[in-house]
Design a protein around this ligand. Structure first.
Ligand SMILES: Nc1ncnc2c1ncn2[C@@H]1O[C@H](COP(=O)(O)OP(=O)(O)OP(=O)(O)O)[C@@H](O)[C@H]1O
Ligand SMILES: [Mg+2]
Length: 292
């Protein structure tokens, strides 16, 4: 995908399977929204091949569009509509819509049903976006940073809703997020996009293990000093510590490498590669991440 001389996406290669929750992660400007908008048919890519539900999104007809639900990163229409009216109106576009009142209850907006969209809070507005996206019972759901502005409870409710849609209704979900805990919890597979390239792809567990094979064990020693040790076998270390102290280990904490470790490692590596590439006058080479 290019705009004039500027290439935004460099040969993205992605397969997302039916019923899967797939998360696209990456820093601001990485190309997540661009990718999602190409898949939704909102932007036409400058080269390559895209198939979504068997069709080229740039040529998707109304029937194709009716099988898809969207939460866009930004949109500013419908400000003066009332919440329930807008949802009821959207429901008329689809052959087998969800019940608007039930849907409002599901996203926690029953009390705001009569309120104008422009008078909703940021998080309430986002909940409405989610309701509008699923009112038509889509087979495929695109969610571009759906939980921006959600309070912790709304976030947890949203996660439950997404899991239910995927597990019970078989909805395929493509999600972008900056919340790595959210990605780890929801996604079956994750791709990390940096500077328009996919750096790594895999299950959350696979990706978490990539940054470091060793776990970090922290505890407070008998003399009161805080101790940290890295080990590939944390259970053995804890067992040894327990033998040694002959009792409980104070402030014991075992931390496995997280998705965040892999993410930060990859972003730093790509930034360095970009800087080196600029110095050498060469583009960043493609390649799979290797375990550090
Ligand atoms: N219409 C456009 N013309 C030129 N460049 C564009 C256009 N739209 C987006 N870009 C550029 O494409 C790059 C990728 O943008 P995109 O919105 O896809 O990033 P993103 O990964 O969604 O970021 P964020 O996390 O901030 O939402 C950015 O550098 C952006 O400035
Ligand atoms: Mg974006």
């Amino acid at each position: 995908m290019s705009y004039g001389d500027t290439t935004i996406l460099h040969g993205i290669d992605l397969d997302i399977h039916r019923g899967e929750i797939f998360a696209l992660l990456g820093p601001n400007g990485a190309g997540k929204t661009t990718t999602v908008e190409i898949l939704e048919g909102f932007r036409q890519c400058s080269a390559g091949e895209v198939r979504v539900l068997g069709a080229d999104p740039a040529r998707g007809d109304d029937a194709w569009r009716g099988r898809i639900g969207l939460v866009l990163q930004y949109w500013r229409d419908h400000r003066r509509w009332q919440v329930a009216e807008l949802l009821t109106h959207f429901a008329t576009y689809y052959p087998n819509p969800r019940d608007p009142a039930e849907l409002l209850a599901l996203v926690g907006l029953t009390k705001q049903a009569g309120r104008q969209v422009e008078h909703l809070s940021g998080g309430q507005r986002r909940r409405l976006d989610v309701a509008l996206a699923i009112v038509g019972r889509p087979e495929l759901l695109f969610l571009d940073e759906p939980t921006t502005g959600f309070d912790p409870e709304a976030r947890r409710d949203f996660h439950d809703l997404i899991e239910r849609l995927a597990r019970d209704e078989g909805v395929t979900i493509l999600l972008t997020t900056h919340d790595l805990v959210e990605a780890e919890r929801l996604a079956d597979r994750i791709a990390m996009l940096v500077n328009g390239r996919i750096g790594v792809q895999g299950t959350p567990t696979e990706l978490s293990r990539r940054a470091a094979a060793q776990a970090e064990v922290r505890w407070t020693a008998a003399d009161g000093t805080a101790r940290t040790e890295r080990t590939a076998d944390p259970s053995r270390l804890v067992w040894e510590l327990h033998q040694h102290t002959g009792g409980p280990i104070a402030d014991l904490e075992v931390r496995r490498p997280t998705l965040e470790d892999t993410y930060l490692h990859m972003v730093h590596r790509e930034a360095k590669r970009g800087a080196d590439g600029a110095e050498a006058g060469a583009g960043a080479p493609e390649g799979e991440e290797r375990a550090a």
